[in-house]
Design a binder for this molecule. Structure first.
Ligand SMILES: Nc1ncnc2c1ncn2[C@@H]1O[C@H](COP(=O)(O)OP(=O)(O)OP(=O)(O)O)[C@@H](O)[C@H]1O
Ligand SMILES: [Mg+2]
Length: 266
């Protein structure tokens, strides 16, 4: 098991303005899984990812990554956890504008005073088709290419977890498909555990497991046991049914929450 989340609660504000962003969330993820987390805007997806990433602290509950309870770690160990055990991919790439592509990819290793694994770096550059851009600065690249750099940067340290928050949220459908295909490829090739937040059902359904959150709670956790390529009718139905169930859940979540103006509550 790579991750165990236990009775996680995160509250913002207090008294009248109290928001329960996460309400007693528990689940676990095995090494090498590719998991989508889906839910309406404001349901708590990013909060959950931030807590797993060690960048915020929970109101109560625990997060255990490879047997380490991360919020019991000392400050120094927690920053090391953030640098070494987590690879983050954001909607807006968050590359360092004054570093070129190669330097951006190497950054997590250099920040940790480590030595770059040149063979692995070269493999990532090949798989992510970045060879011709190594000397480019981020603002000279398309969004899709910037996101491919961000993915290389996220994987370079062989993190326990890659956490991606709406990684295709700023991309057109062709680039979105490419990014998801690459994440799936890297997940399979390196057994890299990936947790991806999205509110796009088509994107989410690319994962083998879909966790749906609503109002800070897990409302469904569906594993697809059968690969999407199967032509066997029964097998295909086994894939489609959970997706349909998920769609219904997402529609319900949307209709339940559409009257809340999230801009006001942020
Ligand atoms: N720093 C904060 N201070 C106060 N409330 C917050 C803060 N961050 C999040 N919230 C609230 O917590 C709830 C969950 O927010 P979160 O950002 O996790 O949702 P989300 O599912 O990622 O939404 P989206 O799809 O819009 O990104 C929302 O009600 C939000 O307004
Ligand atoms: Mg979010």
């Amino acid at each position: 098991m790579v991750l165990r989340v236990e009775n996680l609660v995160k509250e913002y504000g207090k008294d009248m303005s109290l928001t329960k962003a996460l309400d007693n969330v528990s689940f676990s993820i095995e090494e090498g899984e590719f998991v989508s987390i889906i839910g309406a805007s404001g349901s708590g997806k990013s909060t959950l990812l931030h807590l797993i990433g060690g960048v915020d602290s929970p109101t109560s509950g625990s997060i255990i990554v490879r047997d380490k309870n991360i919020y019991n770690l000392k400050d120094k160990e927690l920053s090391k956890y953030r640098r070494k055990d987590v690879g983050l991919v954001y909607q807006f790439y968050n590359l360092i504008p004054i570093l070129n592509v190669e330097e951006n990819i190497e950054l997590p290793v250099l920040l940790d005073k480590g030595k770059v694994d040149e063979n692995f770096k070269k493999e990532l550059i090949d798989i992510l088709k970045l060879g011709e851009y190594l000397n480019y600065l981020p603002n000279q690249l398309s969004g899709g290419t910037q996101q491919r750099v961000a993915i290389a940067r996220a994987l370079i340290n062989h993190p326990a977890l890659v956490l991606a928050d709406e990684p295709t949220g700023n991309l057109d459908s062709a680039n979105s498909k490419e990014i998801i295909d690459l994440l799936k490829l890297l997940n399979e090739k390196y057994k890299q555990t990936v947790i991806m937040v999205t509110h796009d059902l088509d994107i989410a359904s690319q994962a083998k497991r879909i966790i749906t959150v609503s109002d800070g709670k897990i409302v469904s956790d569906i594993k697809k046991e059968v690969p999407l390529t199967s032509t066997n009718e029964q097998a295909v139905q086994a894939v489609i049914t959970p997706i349909q169930q998920s769609t219904e859940i997402v529609e319900k979540v949307k209709s339940d929450t559409c009257e809340v103006n999230h801009e006001d509550s942020k």
